[in-house]
Write a protein that binds this ligand. Structure first.
Ligand code: ADP
Ligand code: MG
Length: 331
């Protein structure tokens, strides 16, 4: 099965992008953003700040009032929108599946538009349904109303990937799903990311989601004004201004635990964890280590690399490690 990218991922540049709606609403004042090839960039900001407008300009569902969009260095601001959209996967809240088409037909939408031969479309469709955990034999003939919200979302994701797009745009893709399934879908997205590396712009208003899914996060205020563009770790450790500080809130200390790995050096001797201490893997984050301590009521964990214990970590060490964690500043 080869569902990995046949097309290379492409970097995206937003250059002084601007949108004024016909009624005079300035939705996007002037936005500049560089999105690295194969990276997930999250746009986050308060409701109405212009996130969806930015996304819709990238696939030209709406026309920019000014500025340029470059994909892989090519100005697509004046490209034919229909052609352009075939190279861009678009996933929206509530998915937008065609209700009178079954799952298979929905997923094959873009390949059919592109005039792919039937057999090739069917093969691709089955491959993608397998990838998102909805085997075609079981789910292919179902209609959208015969699926759960989370399953519909997966079909939407498979459909977006069908023609192997260079770019993936996702607008609040998980926000209509209940919290438990949202967590599962996010985990699945991370798993799929490793298999299918697409340059992705994901819109959310949920900071936890941004931290979990983003390689970089762009914090926007009204009129899509860029307040900070940074990795999750940097955003939490060093909010760039008062707006960002208020936006990330007081939980940022706790959230930093989940983006900070257990330090490789300076662990205590294993014996200091005490008899029967719980174990965490050396690849875990401070959050997992601290979570285990709280759940088991122990003050320390043994850190293990494969089968060999490499040291002990105490609750106090977690605080020290967080305070001294190096945060990479993006170039
Ligand atoms: P977000 O996705 O961040 O919630 P949107 O991009 O949907 O924000 O909207 C940004 C601003 O543009 C809002 O003030 C919204 O009311 C306005 N807006 C969105 N669509 C239109 C439209 N078609 N005409 C006029 N104003 C619009
Ligand atoms: Mg929106």
């Amino acid at each position: 099965m080869d569902v990995t990218a046949k097309h290379d991922a492409a970097p995206i540049t937003l250059d002084r992008l601007r949108k004024v709606y016909p009624d005079g609403t300035v939705a996007v004042e002037e936005l500049g953003l560089e999105i690295g090839s194969g990276e997930v960039t999250v746009l986050i900001g308060p409701s109405g700040c212009g996130k969806s407008t930015v996304l819709r300009m990238v696939n030209r569902l709406i026309e920019p009032s000014g500025g340029r969009i470059l994909i892989d260095g090519t100005d697509v601001t004046n490209a034919d929108p229909t052609q352009l959209r075939r190279t861009i996967g678009y996933v929206i809240q509530n998915v937008g599946l065609f209700p009178h088409q079954n799952v298979r037909t929905n997923v094959g939408t873009v390949p059919r538009m592109l005039g792919w031969e039937k057999g090739r479309t069917a093969e691709r469709t089955d491959e993608l349904l397998e990838l998102v955990g909805l085997p075609a034999a079981q789910y292919g003939k179902r209609y959208p109303h015969e699926l759960s919200g989370g399953q519909r979302q997966r079909v939407g994701f498979a459909r977006a990937l069908a023609a192997d797009p260079r770019v993936l745009l996702m607008d609040e893709p998980f926000s209509a799903v209940d919290p438990i399934n949202r967590g599962r879908l996010q985990d699945e997205f991370l798993r799929l990311r490793r298999a299918v590396r697409k340059t992705t712009i994901l819109v959310t208003h949920d900071l936890q989601e941004a931290i979990k899914l983003g390689d970089r996060i762009a914090v926007l205020s009204d009129h899509a004004q860029l307040q900070q563009y940074a990795t999750p770790a940097e955003l939490l450790a060093r909010p760039g201004n008062e707006f960002v500080e208020r936006f990330v809130g007081e939980d940022r200390g706790i959230m930093r635990l989940s983006v900070t790995p257990i330090p490789a050096d300076g662990l205590r001797p294993v014996a200091e964890a005490g008899d029967g201490a719980p174990v965490v893997s050396s690849g875990a984050t401070l959050r997992e280590a601290f979570g285990v301590m709280l759940a088991t009521g122990r003050g320390a964990v043994v850190v293990r690399d494969g089968d060999s214990p490499v040291g002990a970590l105490t609750a106090a060490d977690v605080q020290v490690a967080l305070a001294s964690a190096a945060v990479e500043t993006p170039a």
